[in-house]
Design a protein around this ligand. Structure first.
Ligand code: GLV
Length: 328
């Protein structure tokens, strides 16, 4: 029997490609070329599976051109690159890569928070530029992490990881807002108190965004929300671009409406709003929150396991649209 055909749309660990080729006829993109939607659709013709990252959009227009496609496996926990309704309507299974990145991403959220609040990037640029001539009492004085109020918007697994680090590691007072409230047991474990979004904005010394992107969360933090935050507050976004109105944030940072921001994700990335590139009080990283070598390998292997499980036995590990499985 011939092996199913699978396209790996981006460069990936060679050992993961090797695993996939034990089960599939694999077409790959190890040069990591950037494909247009049209090119992706052309390359997907005749393929039963596709290995995607959060950059490849799978929507109705693409699916109409790829009638043989059965599964798209995302090497990401976020899946706003998938039009899930269109995939379900076409009987195409969607899978993501949850859990394996939770702790690594929470570590990074904390690293970005600390770099931002304690002005590590800004002071490093100053030193490298040869501007450091003497010690002074207020040189790059920032805000404290320990004992401060940590606000978390979006309290899924990663939000909970950040809450635990803040509460147990740094003695922070943790408040959160989420679509649904955690169970009392989880709230106790995270030492986190549920508040309204308005209270969160008003009370947080440091606000970390960890909610999924959707039409409902588009510009969840815009000029009106930034205006409600403390002028001394730090904002960290490790969720998705588009949750923050980057133009409004650049203006708020320039006007010192809030003290500082740490951003790993951007509207329209890899492009970055020019206003953010020219303000000093922002730390910018290129969407690397899950990027430890073991975690990226675990994410790639989970995406591969979803392809192997579904296309060889009908059993994916982390399906997103179970309705496709129910239809058989
Ligand atoms: C990364 O952004 C992910 O969603 O895994």
């Amino acid at each position: 029997m011939s092996k199913p055909a699978v396209l790996v749309a981006r460069a990936v660990f060679p050992e993961v490609l090797e695993r996939l080729s034990q089960h599939f006829e694999v077409s790959s993109n190890q040069a990591d070329d950037t494909w247009s939607a049209d090119e992706l659709a052309a390359r997907l013709a005749g393929q039963q599976g596709v290995f995607t990252t959060a950059s490849e959009r799978i929507d109705a227009a693409l699916l109409a051109r790829c009638p043989e496609l059965k599964i798209a496996a995302n090497m990401a926990v976020g899946y706003n690159n998938f039009d899930l309704d269109a995939m379900t309507a076409r009987g195409v299974l969607a899978t993501n890569a949850p859990d394996v990145l939770t702790e690594t991403t929470a570590d990074f959220g904390f690293a970005l928070l600390m770099a931002t609040a304690r002005r590590i990037a800004e002071s490093e640029h100053y030193l490298r530029a040869g501007q450091w001539t003497k010690w002074s009492y207020d040189l790059f004085a920032g805000s404290d992490i320990h004992g401060a109020t940590l606000g978390i918007l979006g309290m899924g697994r990663i939000g909970q990881g950040i809450a635990r680090r803040g509460a147990h590691g740094f003695g922070m007072d943790v408040i959160y807002h989420n679509r649904s409230r955690l169970t009392p047991a989880l709230e106790a474990e995270c030492k986190a108190r549920y508040v309204s979004k308005e209270e969160l904005l008003r009370q947080a010394d440091h606000l970390v965004l960890v909610l999924p992107y959707s039409a409902a969360s588009h510009h969840a933090i815009g000029a009106a929300e930034l205006a409600q935050m403390k002028p001394t507050a730090t904002l960290v976004n490790i969720a998705r671009g588009g949750i923050v109105d980057d133009a409004a944030l650049a203006a708020a940072l320039r006007g010192k409406r809030i003290a500082a921001a740490g951003l790993d994700v951007f509207e329209g990335e890899p492009a970055v709003h020019p206003g953010l590139l020219t303000v000093p009080n922002v730390v910018l990283t290129p969407h690397i929150a899950s990027a430890s070598v073991p975690t990226r390998l675990a994410m790639a292997n989970l995406a591969a396991d979803n392809l192997i499980g579904y296309l060889t036995q009908g059993k994916p590990l982390t399906p997103l649209n179970d309705a496709v499985l129910a239809k058989g």
